[in-house]
Design a protein around this ligand. Structure first.
Ligand SMILES: [Zn+2]
Length: 395
């Protein structure tokens, strides 16, 4: 574990105590910074990803996964990874194959960074710090579409099973806390106007190729839908390719809780979702981005939940899932926000990061158009995770 520089907004230490930051945000800030420091000082925590990835791949075939509608790229999933010892041997002896000309022409870089955007309440007019207005959401999604981004769900991203056309870039849209501005159905059974889902669908209609998918991290209030409405709503989301994820029953800070408490929060939410939809969730987002004392408590509970990826709350794009540094148990997200001063959004929120990636296209994940290969420039060769070596193509 090196002490490599990490894109932490250190000036947070100055801003956390600031007068205008809402309390929840202060807590979140402290928690995230503490979590990052722990992550840097505990050897082995981030090294565990190889084992986790192998186990997940093995488990993927038997688990109920959310629908991958519009993502015909099942090829990578259908093929089986070599045993680890064999893969390790190959890494020494077998060179990585050459990229095809079309992938080179597309400047493919499937070891580049992927923005995972984090939204909270969507309102006609923003009220609190983390809110975004319907117009701000529309404008940001339109910007993504015009810049060549294609949404994939969090579950697709974590599994590496997504099919984005050559030269385009995956983006993950995540919405936390299941508030009513994100989703609801009108009497005709269509998404209510100005909700996040309605806006995503509108942008997809206006920009062919922009997949209308996103991941919703649910708390027990379920968009304030109850009974038959909640059931119809969650089923509608799944049927339309949206992913439902777990965000705990009551949104506590898991870092201060007992094992029993953590498991009750996650298991209770999972029971509620399974009871309505019949399907398990695949990914989890920690409330406040805050991990429990032992991550294993959140990863799996036999018979209750078994996640394939866990998402944090800030503040930089994620590594590619094919990068050896990718940690499926601590996936970075970027807060959706303009370049405001608060929380160093001038550098660490979505507008700033999307500008940065537009200006530095070599840092960004660009697809080769083939879900069965992982293409990248030779300069990135060392980054490829060992278990994906057979799929690698370089130029
Ligand atoms: Zn939340």
């Amino acid at each position: 574990m090196s002490g490599a520089p990490y894109a932490v907004p250190w000036s947070w230490f100055g801003s956390i105590g600031g007068g205008n930051v809402p309390l929840l945000h202060k807590i979140a800030g402290v928690v995230i910074v503490c979590a990052v420091i722990l992550g840097l000082t505990l050897p082995g925590v981030r090294r565990g990803h190889d084992k986790g990835a192998t186990a997940t791949r093995a488990g993927a075939a038997t688990r109920t996964t959310p629908p991958a509608r519009g993502a015909p790229g099942g090829g990578r999933a259908g093929a089986s990874a070599p045993p680890r010892s064999e893969a390790a041997a190959q890494s020494v002896t077998r060179p990585i194959a050459a990229a095809v000309p079309a992938a080179v022409a597309a400047k493919a870089n499937e070891l580049g960074q992927v923005p995972v955007l984090m939204y909270h309440r969507i309102m006609k007019k923003a009220e609190l710090s983390l809110d975004r207005s319907s117009k701000e959401l529309y404008d940001e999604l339109t910007r993504l579409a015009k810049s060549g981004y294609v949404p994939v769900t969090a579950a697709e991203f974590v599994s590496g099973r997504f099919d984005v056309p050559a030269g385009r870039h995956p983006v993950v849209l995540t919405f936390d806390d299941s508030t009513p501005g994100q989703f609801g159905l009108d009497p005709q059974g269509n998404p209510k106007p100005d909700t996040a889902v309605a806006i995503i669908q509108q942008v997809a209609r206006e920009n062919p190729g922009f997949r209308p998918v996103a991941t919703f991290y649910l708390n027990k209030d379920l968009f304030q839908l109850t009974g038959a409405e909640a059931a119809a709503g969650l089923r509608w989301l799944i049927q339309h390719g949206f992913e439902l994820g777990n965000h705990t029953m009551t949104h506590p800070d898991l870092s201060g809780m007992s094992e029993k408490g953590v498991r009750a929060e996650l298991g209770g939410m999972e029971d509620q979702i399974v009871g309505i939809t019949g399907a398990h969730t695949t990914t989890l987002a920690y409330p406040f981005g805050s991990a429990p004392r032992k991550k294993a408590w959140a990863q799996e509970d036999a018979g209750k939940y078994r996640f394939q990826g866990i998402f944090l709350a800030g503040w930089k794009p994620s590594e590619s899932p094919f990068d050896g540094a990718f940690d499926r148990w601590a996936i970075n997200r970027v807060r959706s926000e303009g370049k405001i001063k608060e929380n160093d959004c001038t550098r660490f929120c979505s507008t700033a990061w999307l500008e940065h990636l537009d200006k530095n296209p070599a840092e960004r994940y660009t697809s080769d158009g083939d879900p069965n290969t992982i293409t990248f420039p030779k300069t990135s060769e060392d980054r490829l995770a060992k278990q994906y070596r057979d799929w690698g193509r370089l130029y």
